[in-house]
Design a protein around this ligand. Structure first.
Ligand SMILES: Cc1cc2nc3c(=O)[nH]c(=O)nc-3n(C[C@H](O)[C@H](O)[C@H](O)COP(=O)(O)O)c2cc1C
Length: 193
């Protein structure tokens, strides 16, 4: 049984460009993947990704830049600024064992960098846009106070052929106490059978 849609239609309270999707999507166990990038030593997006993967019984994969960003916050911000505003693609490492075609629903997580996704995430999404065609994609991000900003809109630009579920932003500093909100984020988007 492929993607079956449960009857509840959730009005997409999301960024412009997102089609209204029927949520939660009914999906078989083993058909959900979580892909994420995380940079800070706190690993806010990693924590969100791991919590989401557990709740969705999903396989989880990390995106890594071929050339890592500076470990210094200021230097990383300076390095990322022109890439983020210029929508540049930073080369990434191959992700071992990931076959996007296997999955029906893919959660993609990024920290909010300069109001948008981190460049390695832009690279992964760009490289996988055709593999993600027709699939449900759920975006989540962690941020330092800016909220969703341009993240949802710019994902939608990159994935015109995907069925985008409503995205959600989680404050990075409190993500470790947001377990219930992360689980609700999953439950509102997928029903794993
Ligand atoms: C290069 C850089 C740019 C950032 N830009 C923003 C921003 O524009 N808006 C925002 O709310 N937070 C911004 N942040 C904060 C991160 O989004 C936030 O700390 C996030 O939770 C970090 O996730 P991580 O621990 O997975 O790396 C930025 C952080 C970095 C390193």
């Amino acid at each position: 049984m492929k993607k079956m849609i449960a009857g509840v239609v959730v009005a997409a309270s999301c960024a412009a460009g997102f089609a209204q999707a029927a949520e939660p999507v009914e999906v078989e166990k083993g058909k959900v993947a979580v892909i994420y990038f995380s940079w800070s030593p706190d690993g806010n997006t990693r924590f969100a990704a791991e919590t989401i993967a557990k709740k969705a019984a999903a396989d989880i994969f990390e995106i890594k830049a071929q050339t890592p960003y500076s470990a210094n916050y200021r230097a990383c911000c300076d390095e990322a600024n022109p890439e983020c505003y210029g929508k540049k693609l930073r080369p990434i490492m191959p992700i071992k064992g990931l076959d996007v075609g296997k999955y029906d629903v893919v959660f993609v997580g990024t920290p909010n960098w300069w109001g948008t996704m981190a460049p390695p995430v832009r690279t992964w999404v760009t490289e996988n846009a055709s593999a993600l065609k027709g699939k449900h994609v759920a975006i989540f991000q962690t941020h330092g106070g800016g909220g969703m900003q341009r993240v949802g809109k710019e994902f939608a630009e990159l994935l015109p052929g995907s069925r985008l579920l409503s995205p959600k932003a989680f404050p990075g500093s409190s993500v470790r106490s947001a377990g219930k909100a992360l689980e609700a984020f999953v439950a509102e988007r997928v029903s794993v059978k």
